[in-house]
Design a protein around this ligand. Structure first.
Ligand SMILES: Nc1ncnc2c1ncn2[C@@H]1O[C@H](COP(=O)(O)OP(=O)(O)OP(=O)(O)O)[C@@H](O)[C@H]1O
Ligand SMILES: [Mg+2]
Length: 383
């Protein structure tokens, strides 16, 4: 389980330390641009580093020169946690660090420790880093591997898709939903059934989830030989894929493109969480997108149940909704705020000096709504 995350000079985070409570469900709140998505990104890269080369992760808009806080030369992200064997607690820590060199290029250092014994995989040569990455202890991998960072988009979820994967998956942006649901229905009918029940609780108008055959246009690269030379060209082809369809209590059958946005997003999220190969760490951006307040509350109730029955699952999400926060305790809510120069500061809502009073008087959402974020900066010189 992941217990602490430290971001040093990662975008707007100069020195952010998040201490996660034992609930395995954690919210990040704060104004726009306060650094919520950045926390999810930093963790996602850390997770990707357990099975991918740094050069495949830190490029384009994820290049270190964009991630390191402007004006700084050194950045690191450290996650730490623990696992239990028998009755003993074992601690792990996993970290990546970028330092700008004289030549304005950077190089990564990946390091980890188990019960305080540290191993550093330090190299200017990416190949060497990779070799060492193969040795990452499995307990760290179990907590972090293949964390998904989901920013689901309803139109992608609704798209008819074709998949030839043995185990289709919903992608980070929501594509691939229909084949994944079809796979679940065929191979894991119990899970599919529970998923359907959960969706019905969040969106009461739904009676049944279906998947139907639909035409999909795919672009394929083809090679032709002209005068002995190979020329590549893209060819559009229509094939048979799948599309989600919902049977409603009203008797209607609604095809994916006509399903409401909030329903589609809830369905996408549940499908990810109910998949047999779902990761242990799920990172969700803007969890309440498109959901009615009642549906928001119900979706947190559903997430709590899923966490209860999946002992290794941990969910970190960002939200702007007091209805969502209402369903949590103060120790599950991490409040992020910006200094005047735009740097992120963060405190857990239960660090607020009035928390004991608030517990008697207000709901968690009301407390956050009343206090906002400024208190996080109290006591520090506002730069
Ligand atoms: N290299 C950098 N150095 C300093 N600050 C940076 C750097 N890169 C990005 N930022 C800042 O980091 C912040 C990132 O905000 P982020 O997207 O994490 O906010 P958010 O809390 O998710 O906001 P929203 O609620 O709007 O989604 C922005 O203010 C951005 O200007
Ligand atoms: Mg964001």
């Amino acid at each position: 389980m992941l217990e602490q995350v430290i971001l040093h000079n990662f975008k707007s985070h100069q020195n952010t330390q998040l201490n996660l409570d034992s609930s395995r469900l954690h919210a990040l709140v704060g104004q726009n641009s306060s650094g919520k998505t950045s926390v999810l990104q930093a963790l996602h890269y850390l997770s990707q580093l357990t099975n991918s080369e740094p050069e495949n992760i830190f490029h384009h808009e994820r290049a270190p020169q964009f991630l390191i806080t402007i004006g700084q030369n050194n950045m690191f992200v450290t996650a730490s946690g623990f696992w239990m064997d028998e009755k003993n607690r074992n601690n792990w820590e996993y970290s990546y660090e970028w330092t700008k060199t004289n030549y304005s290029a950077s190089y990564p250092i990946v390091s980890w420790s188990i019960n305080g014994k540290q191993k550093i995989s330090n190299s200017t040569f990416i190949d060497e880093v990779l070799t060492d990455l193969d040795l990452i202890p499995k307990q760290i991998i179990q907590s972090l591997k293949a964390a998904v960072h989901l920013k689901l988009v309803a139109t992608n979820l609704a798209q008819a898709t074709y998949s030839d994967a043995i185990m289709p998956q919903v992608e980070f942006d929501g594509s691939g939903l229909a084949p994944t649901l079809d796979y679940l229905r065929g191979e894991y009918p119990d899970r599919f059934q529970s998923l359907q029940e959960m969706l019905k609780r969040i969106v009461p108008g739904v009676r049944e989830i279906g998947v139907k055959r639909a035409k999909v246009t795919v672009d394929r690269q083809r090679l032709i030989e002209v005068d002995g030379k190979s020329i590549s060209y893209a060819e559009s082809q229509e094939i048979v894929g799948q599309e989600v369809i919902l049977n409603m209590n009203s008797g209607e059958r609604i095809p994916a493109h006509a399903i409401s946005e909030g329903t589609m997003l809830a369905l996408g999220l549940l499908t990810v969480l109910m998949s047999p190969d779902r990761p242990n760490l799920v990172l969700l951006d803007d969890i309440e997108q498109g959901l009615h307040p009642k549906a928001q509350r119900e979706s947190i109730a559903v997430l709590k149940e899923i966490i209860e029955t999946n002992k290794n699952l941990q969910i970190i999400f960002s939200t702007h909704s007091p209805y969502i926060v209402d369903e949590l305790t103060a120790s599950q809510v991490h409040v992020l705020s910006n200094t005047r120069s735009g740097y992120t500061r963060s405190k857990r809502l239960d660090e607020h000096p009035d928390v004991e009073w608030a517990k008697q008087t207000l709901t968690t959402g009301e407390f956050w709504d009343a206090e906002g974020e400024d208190w996080v900066l109290a006591g520090e010189m506002n730069d």
